[in-house]
Design a protein around this ligand. Sequence first.
Ligand code: FES
Ligand SMILES: [Fe+2]
Length: 464
Amino acid sequence: MKSNRYPRATAILEEMRDSIEEGIIPIGIFNDQEIYQMEMEQIFGTKWIFLGHESEIPEPGDYVLRYIGEDPFIVVRDESGGINVLLDACCHRGVRVCKAEQGNASHFRCPYHGWIYKNNGSLIGMPAQRKAYNGLNKDEWGLVKVRWEVFHGFIFGCLSPDTPPLETYLADQKYYLDMLFGLHEGGTEVLGEPQRWVVNANWKLAAENFSGDDYHLIFLHHSASDIGATPYSMFENMKGYHIHAGNGHCVSISLERGRDGSENELPYWNFPKEIYEAFDLDSLDEKQKEIVRDSKEMLGNIYPNSSFLVMSVTFDQHSDPVPFFSIRQWRPLGPDKIEIWNWMFMYKDTPESFKQDSYRAGMTNFSMSGIFEMDDTLTWETATWTAGNHFSKKNLKLNYQMGMNGMGSAEIDPDWPGPGTAYYPRYGEGNQRYLYTSYLKDMLGEKEEGEEENTNGKDYSIHR
Ligand code: FES
Ligand SMILES: [Fe+2]
């Protein structure tokens, strides 16, 4: 078992495996170098990680620079229109060959000795080739390629040949993502460039927040509600569901038509009528249609560190709420640091003016200067700082018990129409416990037999 190489971290995680049954987590996991190194191998080395969207690289030669764990990858469309995910490292000495965050290039040329790679990764030449490399088989020395797959235009990459295909990996989360991103025939597109900024926080705190920490809405974000930024009160917003969506993925849905049977006055996530009337609902089953119609807000985490959010905000008390989509990646930069990547999306075939309003709604609330985002990140920073302190690290145990065995009001709803286990209302931390239970299985190498099998028998070996 790989975890034996990290005896101290393994001991902390084994303690957590026992205590999480009681809803207790040692704070040490949120700022520990050894645990972080294990995560790079056990989590980021094996999972599907969000890299970007097809609309970011529409033309041959278009590329963006993205990351899986600590490794940089060039996500590039080659001359034949195909997507490639290439390790940004020259095969001669490992020097990085991509010098910009995005652009268009037919070739990438290493700055050290000048090896030249085509935008499909093939090595095609170098200076003084005949004298220096007469006998070299260039076919064997292209940039390293890793697996990638596209789902609703979203590009994911994976470093392991053994992880199952993306749709299998997404498990029940696929059902909920289909509801969001499969609603328009033309699909979605990125609005502007992704924003990115560094926050001194552990990546798991962000992932668990977007897994469905809705309890903080009624306190941390009450000021946003007080100034009228949200079309409903935060307490009202607690009506809804937390769903365990398989493989550690989580969803949280604010849904007006809960058990009281009330009608949702702002259906379809508050999209304007002319837009939701054009939704392609035929692509959904009856249960999905019902959930989409009644949802006010929906967020979730695609395990481990890719999150999504659809919500709506009001610019002032006289205007209608404006919905926006945000997809984010919590890119780890160490045990106590993340780079937040934040993409704004909209359905491609919607009016330009609506896209602009949606972008503004997202940016003013969820971005480096967004009022919700600034609230959130400050708390994640101080929790991470506490987790690194000598006494706290060893002694502080955290309470994740909300919704356990009669604590509070959350209960499993056996009538939930969608897949996965659903709890109502959103006063619960079951999603966080579910996230960390999956995390522990991965970290300690204790997957149950048959879990996450490669089901279609294809060879996913990393190849050049
Ligand atoms: S390191 Fe790239 S050409 Fe030598
Ligand atoms: Fe928040």
